[in-house]
Design a binder for this molecule. Structure first.
Ligand code: ZN
Length: 247
């Protein structure tokens, strides 16, 4: 996708595409698979005759921020499609949201959100999503978020079974982590006791409580948030290679 593209521009081509997808022309083949969704919006429309008459019924296209779960490339997709090809590694990406509210045994990979609800039980398989919300039970298998994993009240899991760059402890949730825990950003609405290292920012929201041992570069405790921990808050230290100290 061109780097200079304005992200907030709703251009006419995107509009036409959204309309075409919302209201398929009767008798025409079903909307093309979304394989070309990542096409730059300034590309010429492929079939203006077919869609031009329906511009009046415009719907605003949904904009998705996609992170490829295979190569990590970040890009945007407009429209209602739920799959696209990664512009970098060309893999076909699903970005549907998934809700699991009963026993589940399969792997899901999505650039959308996966929510394991309070009645959901993961028995086996990997749940891989941009955002993963765990409110149920992970008996087997694993949950991995590309951005944030949210652990909700009632979630039951082993610490090894969940991973993500960023961690969110939901309101009402109370967890005591036994293993050393390392995340980039940590946002705490509930209660977390841990030996926690953060390479980004830790934010304790109102009603949240963080206890244990905390090592971080940035710590924010909002009004109404609690902190009862041994702290080491410092900017990242540059490692000095051995033998290079100045005399
Ligand atoms: Zn990719």
């Amino acid at each position: 996708m061109p780097k200079n593209r304005k992200v907030n521009t709703l251009d006419s081509y995107a509009t036409i595409r959204a309309v075409a997808r919302t209201k398929p022309v009767p008798g025409s083949p079903p909307s093309a698979p979304a394989a070309d969704e990542a096409t730059p919006a300034d590309a010429p429309p492929t079939d203006p005759q077919k869609t031009g008459a329906r511009v009046a019924r415009t719907t605003v296209p949904v904009k998705h921020h996609i992170e490829c779960y295979e190569c990590g490339y970040k890009f945007q997709v407009h429209g209602r499609a739920t799959t696209t090809h990664c512009p970098k590694c060309r893999v076909l990406l699903d970005f549907k949201d998934h809700l699991i509210d009963s026993e589940w045994v399969e792997t899901i990979k999505t650039a959308g959100t996966i929510r394991l609800t309070a009645t959901g039980v993961l028995k086996s398989g990997d749940l891989i999503g941009a955002e993963v919300i765990i409110e149920g039970i992970i008996e087997g298998g694993r949950a991995r978020a590309l951005r944030t994993i949210e652990l909700g009240a009632g979630a039951i899991f082993s610490e090894k079974a969940v991973s993500a760059p960023d961690l969110r402890i939901a309101p009402g949730a109370e967890f005591k982590f036994k293993q050393d825990t390392k995340y980039r950003n940590v946002e705490i609405f509930g209660t977390l006791h841990a030996k926690l290292e953060s390479t980004g920012i830790i934010t304790v929201r109102p009603g949240g409580l963080l206890s244990g041992e905390v090592q971080a570069q940035h710590l924010v405790v909002e009004d109404g948030g609690g902190l009862k921990a041994m702290l080491r808050i410092a900017p990242k230290l540059e490692a000095v290679p051995e033998g290079q100290e100045t005399a």
